[in-house]
Design a protein. Structure first.
Length: 114
């Protein structure tokens, strides 16, 4: 897989507003926020999406949700609620083919999402 914009942010080539940087993931503010708080949690491993992961990635997949949980506390969203989204594939709205979890909060969300 070629380098995506997230790969270039992970390598430091492109700057981003980073909230977290661990051995296996980063969290950055979304450049085009869909909520007052909108953070992307991105594994450093360049998986294109959930569909590209395997059973070997399950610890990493769990870490993405664990990071979301911790960030939600740090950002004051845990008590009021927040939405986690993973778009998998273009028809689902995925525009960057590097797995990422959207953490959004600070407004009301409707369901179904449309
Ligand atoms: P998705 O559509 O699920 O693939 O989400 C991709 C998100 O990535 C979208 O909400 C906008 C965000 N994004 C795209 N390019 C950049 C960038 O260069 N920097 C940051 N911080 N976010 C970006």
């Amino acid at each position: 897989m070629g380098q995506t914009i997230f790969g270039r942010i992970i390598s430091g080539e492109i700057p981003a507003d980073k909230l977290l940087d661990t051995d296996d993931l980063i969290a950055i503010r979304d450049i085009n926020p869909q909520a007052p708080t909108h953070v992307l949690i991105i594994p450093k491993k360049p998986l294109a999406g959930v569909s590209s992961s395997t059973v070997k990635d399950e610890v990493l997949l769990g870490r993405l949700l664990g990071a979301a949980r911790e960030l939600a506390v740090q950002l004051g969203l845990d008590k009021v609620g927040y939405r986690l989204v993973i778009n998998n594939g273009e028809s689902a709205g995925q525009s960057v083919p590097h797995l990422h979890v959207h953490l959004m909060g600070g407004r009301e969300f409707s369901w179904p999402p449309g």
